[in-house]
Design a protein around this ligand. Structure first.
Ligand code: GDP
Length: 647
């Protein structure tokens, strides 16, 4: 794994450029030719600098879009001058190597940025900065009903790296309003309110919670904050968190914590990151890295700003008037209150009095509190709430659904309970076994073999990984979702379950909890002590996954000597087998000279008066073809069959 710190080279479609500048593709290629930039009909390969020149050229061609602005502006200024949202500018900036919203931009970066929005810049006199003048830009389209919603954030990382401290600091500094005395009711999630927007934090640090929810098919997290202690660096659970987040497709923001400590070395952490495929902005990548201290609070406001920025780039929306969608974050039975569930509303709005089905339980919302313990009447998207009134305690990850009345909610919940009893496991909850994998392959429903590798020492992890990665072929991708040193844990099983993977252990065993979880979730754990056996098994699985391949195999040559009219059976070809053989039902091509006059099946085969299965060289026989009778004397039949060639 190396780090690329070079200018990015990219392939840009001519059609995209044409669309962006509202030009004909021919006009775009014209500009490319004029600039001497090599391209083909459909795309052009360029690095950032060339791209900026190309954009300038195209801007010049369309001519009308010009803006004037003073030097030394920030991306935020640019956004308002261009009439676009700051995240839009940031997104472009990230693709150019990255910066934060408040850094002063160099002239050439500003030019590039502005031209990427289709404008040419004229520098205003920097001594007396003018307000930027921009020609009109079409309004961005907004989908109906959908509104921006706060991002939902989970904090992950190695034990003792400061996840809890960071969550606590953020809560105290931002939500625990003075009137609440800094102590808030714990409901498993909270929201912070900043001038730029709100953020919902899931207060359930730990990868198990994250993956357990995902294993149940619920994805609630939009952004993962990876906490890495600056005095300790990347540790096993950090790696695990990276795999979990990546696998869920959740963007990561790295918080390098404990920078207040004298032995802190944040730069070292940043240098370590690319090794794990996390390319920080500093290295031209897209991952935001924020040095923080959960004790002094240094850097935390910046971290929050970056979370909102990342969220802006993701354009998270939800429709408060849409169909209700929500997920249970955690739930428990409380004395005197009954079942209490923390729910994250994802779509629509939850109202007091609503009848709900929650997993296999149901109820009517009797009371609803926010994270401060304040009573709420309704709760919209990204709002975490605590609800009372369920008949039973649901499980984390259960999905909530709205029902018109309590009776129908009960009916649905009862059916589900019954179903849970009978099949004891829902399919969403299950992993996969090698055998199932083969079956799915033959159905064509899967093409990935996902693996989690655990081994006793680093060397064997690498060895197994290396060998398994080589097994892939064009049709099946062997995807190693996660590999690490150590016993097979419950977390590994959860991750496997969430991602349809098989856990492969080399010289390690599953821990007790992992075994139980694997049985419950039907995750296959395979352990080996001999590397050769491990590889062979996976190889077999991959082969089972291949599309069956058939090849034509020659059977024989038969001459048609005469046409017989049989009263009932129609017309039969009287033949002689001059080479090899033919079988009933085999395929054939009938040739007349060099022309093929038929391709299809031999439907019946007779020798003397008897139906036979096979005729061989030197025999005379009667043949009929499936759906074809137009043969002639002298036609030649080439008989063949299709055989499976996958070894
Ligand atoms: P978690 O296991 O990741 O939740 O870690 P904790 O939040 O429990 O923190 C582990 C230890 O590190 C505690 O003793 C914290 O006080 C300490 N700690 C956490 N963040 C910082 C920090 O920014 N600076 C310093 N000096 N100590 C920290």
């Amino acid at each position: 794994m190396q780090t690329e710190v070079k200018t990015n080279s990219m392939t840009v479609a001519i059609a995209d450029l044409a669309k962006e500048f509202e030009l004909a593709p021919g006009q775009v290629t014209g500009v490319l030719d004029e600039l001497g930039v090599a391209h083909d009909q459909s795309s052009v390969d360029v690095d950032d600098d060339t791209m900026a020149i190309v954009r300038e050229g195209l801007t010049e061609l369309i001519g009308s879009k010009e803006m004037s602005m003073a030097r030394g502006r920030t991306p935020r200024d640019l956004a308002s001058a261009l009439g676009v949202s700051p995240p839009e500018v940031l997104k472009k900036l990230m693709s150019m190597g990255g910066a934060t919203l408040t850094t002063t931009l160099k002239d050439e970066v500003t030019e590039k940025l502005v031209s990427s929005f289709g404008y040419a810049i004229t520098w205003a006199d920097s001594a007396k900065p003018k307000k930027a003048v921009v020609t009109a830009r079409p309004e961005a389209k907004k989908s109906s009903g959908a509104q921006h919603r706060p991002p939902v954030v989970t904090i992950m990382g190695h034990v003792d790296h400061g996840k809890t401290s960071l969550l606590d600091y953020i809560r105290k500094a931002n939500v625990a309003g003075k009137e609440h005395g800094g102590i808030t009711q714990h409901i498993g999630a909270y929201q912070v309110e900043l001038p730029e927007g709100r953020i919902t934090f899931l207060d359930t640090p730990g990868h198990a919670a994250f993956t357990a929810m995902r294993a149940r098919g619920a994805q609630v997290t939009d952004i993962a904050i990876l906490v890495v202690a600056a005095d300790d660096g990347i540790m096993p659970q950090t790696k695990e968190a990276i795999s979990h987040a990546k696998n869920a497709g959740v963007p990561i923001i790295v918080a390098v914590n404990k920078i207040d400590r004298p032995d802190a070395n944040p730069d070292k952490v940043i240098q370590q990151l690319p090794e794990f495929d996390i390319i920080p902005e500093q290295y031209g990548g897209q991952v935001i890295v924020c040095p923080v201290s959960a004790i002094t609070g240094e850097g935390v406001p910046h971290l929050l700003e970056m979370i909102l920025l990342q969220a802006g780039v993701m354009e998270l929306t939800a429709d408060p008037k849409g169909e209700l969608k929500g997920t249970v974050i955690e739930a428990k039975l409380e004395k005197g209150r009954g079942p209490v569930a923390t729910i994250l509303v994802q779509e629509g709005t939850l109202h007091i009095g609503d009848a709900l089905v929650v997993g296999s339980t149901f109820g009517r919302i009797k009371a609803m509190n926010d994270y401060l313990g304040e009573k709420l009447k309704d709760a919209g998207p990204s709002t975490p709430v605590e609800i009372l009134g369920l008949s039973d305690v649901p499980a984390a990850g259960d999905v909530i659904e709205f029902e018109p009345d309590e009776r129908s909610a009960r009916a649905i919940a009862d059916t589900r309970k019954e179903k849970v009893r009978t099949d004891s496991l829902s399919t969403a909850d299950r992993g996969i076994t090698l055998q199932e994998l083969r079956a799915r392959l033959s159905e064509g429903t899967t093409k990935d073999l996902n693996l989690i590798i655990k081994a006793d020492v680093h060397g064997s992890v690498e060895a197994v990984r290396g060998m398994l990665e080589k097994i892939a072929n064009e049709e099946v991708t062997v995807k190693i979702i996660y590999s690490a040193v150590g016993q097979i844990t419950e977390n590994d099983v959860l991750l496997a379950s969430a991602s349809n993977a098989i856990v492969v252990g080399f010289n390690v065993k599953p821990e007790g909890g992992a075994k139980k979880e694997a049985e419950k979730r039907k995750v296959e754990i395979r352990t080996y002590n001999i590397i050769y056996e491990l590889i062979e098994d996976i190889e077999k699985a991959v082969k089972g996954m291949l599309e069956p391949k058939f090849e034509e195999q020659y059977l024989g040559t038969i001459e048609i000597r005469v046409r017989f009219q049989l009263s009932r059976k129609g017309i039969v070809a009287g033949c002689y087998v001059s080479d090899g053989k033919a079988t009933r039902g085999c395929l054939c091509r009938v040739m007349r000279g060099n022309d093929q006059v038929f391709q299809g099946k031999i439907s019946s085969l007779k020798h003397l008066k008897d139906d036979v299965k096979e005729v061989t060289v030197g025999m005379e026989c009667g043949i009929t073809f499936e759906g074809w009778e137009a043969f002639q004397e002298g036609d030649v039949i080439n008989a063949y069959e299709m055989v499976l060639v996958n070894e």
